[in-house]
Design a protein around this ligand. Structure first.
Ligand SMILES: [Zn+2]
Ligand SMILES: [Zn+2]
Length: 240
């Protein structure tokens, strides 16, 4: 596989000047045989940030929606208005109306239950969780697995552990929302030590991870902490 290139299109944390930083998350994965948009950010930000980052909607083959919350699905319709020639991977539990609406645009809906391959080296971790169902994106690289989460509502450690069990490979990077905004220091440190036990090498917590957790991750991972915000680009060369 050629080099992986992950561009954070939407995040409420700023990184590159001039991009919108409303609450939400979206990133683009280029390099594998399919170019994949993971989540679509809040309504209104996706297309304008894509334009500022010189990302063409027409170059995208698949959209993966982590979970139903509007800060991850808000840009879906505006995207489909530009490019409906995509397969949209979503947790099977999504409302029928939502799936129907996507099909109305002419896009293909892929309902995810178990972990599945999206294209060579890229997988959905499968539908997780009891209340808010969510899927992660797993990229298999020559340096290990990259796991990307939207909000990690089912628990970030559960989702990372499942990815490792599924792929039976080491994890080079975990990035995305870890949902620790309201977590106490003790809980966050327990999660950090679970990450270390699981052999996670790099972390890029953003979106709903919260400032306290982000700084604790930075403290514990030091140079292996990836500072993520809107406009950040990550390649394998950043993960040495
Ligand atoms: Zn969110
Ligand atoms: Zn959420």
């Amino acid at each position: 596989m050629e080099d992986i290139n992950i561009t954070v299109v939407c995040d409420n944390n700023p990184y590159k000047d001039g991009l919108e930083t409303k609450w939400g998350f979206s990133c683009l994965i280029a390099g594998p045989e399919k170019t994949i948009l993971f989540d679509t950010g809040p309504g209104g930000s996706l297309l304008s940030n894509m334009e500022k980052l010189a990302i063409e909607t027409s170059g995208i083959d698949a959209v993966v929606l982590s979970h139903i919350h509007p800060d991850h699905t808000g840009g879906m319709e505006s995207f489909l208005e530009k490019n409906a020639d995509v397969a949209v991977y979503l947790p099977r539990s999504f409302p029928t109306k939502f799936k129907h609406n996507i099909r109305e645009y002419g896009a293909k809906v892929v309902e995810v239950e178990q972990a599945i391959e999206i294209c060579k080296n890229v997988y959905s971790g499968g539908q997780f969780g009891k209340w808010i169902k969510e899927q992660s994106l797993i990229i298999h690289t020559e340096r290990g697995l990259i796991v990307i989460t939207g909000c990690a509502h089912p628990g970030i450690v559960n989702m990372v552990k499942a990815a490792k069990d599924l792929m039976k490979e080491d994890i080079i990077l975990v990035m995305g929302g870890f949902h620790l905004e309201w977590a106490g220091k003790g809980k966050i440190e327990k999660i950090i030590s679970s990450f270390k036990q699981l052999g996670v090498r790099y972390v890029g917590p953003c979106h709903c991870t919260g400032e306290k957790a982000r700084s604790l991750f930075e403290e514990h991972f030091s140079r292996n902490y990836v500072n993520i915000g809107a406009g950040k680009i990550i390649t394998l060369a950043d993960l040495q």
